[in-house]
Design a protein around this ligand. Sequence first.
Ligand SMILES: *Cc1c(COP(=O)(O)O)cnc(C)c1O
Length: 330
Amino acid sequence: MNTSVIERYRDRLPVSPATPVVSLGEGSTPLVSAPALSRQLGVELLLKLESMNPTASFKDRGMTVAVSKALEEGAKAVICASTGNTAASAATYAARAGLEAIILQPAGAVALGKLAQARAVGATVLEIKGSFDEALGAARELAARGTHALVNSLNPYRLEGQKTVAFELVDELGELPDLICLPYGGGGNTRALGLGLEELASGVPRIYAAQAAERAPTVASAIRIADPVHRDEAERVIARSEGSVVTVSDDEILEAWRALAREEGIFCEPSSAAGIAALRHVPDIAGRRVVCIVTGHGLKDPQVVEHDTEPPIQVDPDADAIASAAAQAE
Ligand SMILES: *Cc1c(COP(=O)(O)O)cnc(C)c1O
């Protein structure tokens, strides 16, 4: 049986023996080396593959705690306003718990794979005729009535679960790395990382949080957030670490995304490559040990591949024709 975030770090999470554990074996994600990018950047780069969580993003670390607590507290349904991975994770953990899931999404703004996940596990997906903020406002109102548990990142249990990524890094490396880089959307993950590091009390690596230059229309849909809800706390964590917020262009994000895929074999969604893009702007990294948090899987957003690569070449089932087409394609 897989371990779960709650079982692995029970003593550091807000759970009791009475909490029903809703788990799909999240956490304990691989930490793999990135030899080609390490050589290019002159660092020791390690990739924390949060894309290997049950619904293929780091959101599961927090969702296992949020949904377990919702069940403990007697909720019959969970609700969230989300443009993607939160919805996929909430819907999946709700299905596991036997709870109804209501997903409020802004029209047309959701990556294909994420929406497919929410629908496949039976969530009620409602397209809101209004802005994301209006959707969130309505969800909060329902939550205040006590019928629905709100599992947006405002839910404090989400941050508690997400902080465990810091514990895992130390468990695996024996110490903290020199630098950690990650994408910066709403800032919940940066804030949660800060919480985990604070509890470890063994120093703080420099944290570099990568935001898209144009937050609202960026290709990196998971960080397409105009107004980060956790901005103050996240930027306090970053400042205390002596790191910084790094602003990267869509071209830089896509270049890092291609490099991860083609040189390391790591297929992630574009937002997950933002941390790597940021590294090119970070001073004093030579020889440092860097962990980049790869937040979500590439299959979440197959449309980006469609736009970024050549379509397959048609060829006859003939050895010479295949060899010649392959040579041309190289
Ligand atoms: C949610 C998400 C982010 C952004 O995280 P924040 O906590 O909003 O800063 C980045 N990448 C992926 C894949 C995500 O799902």
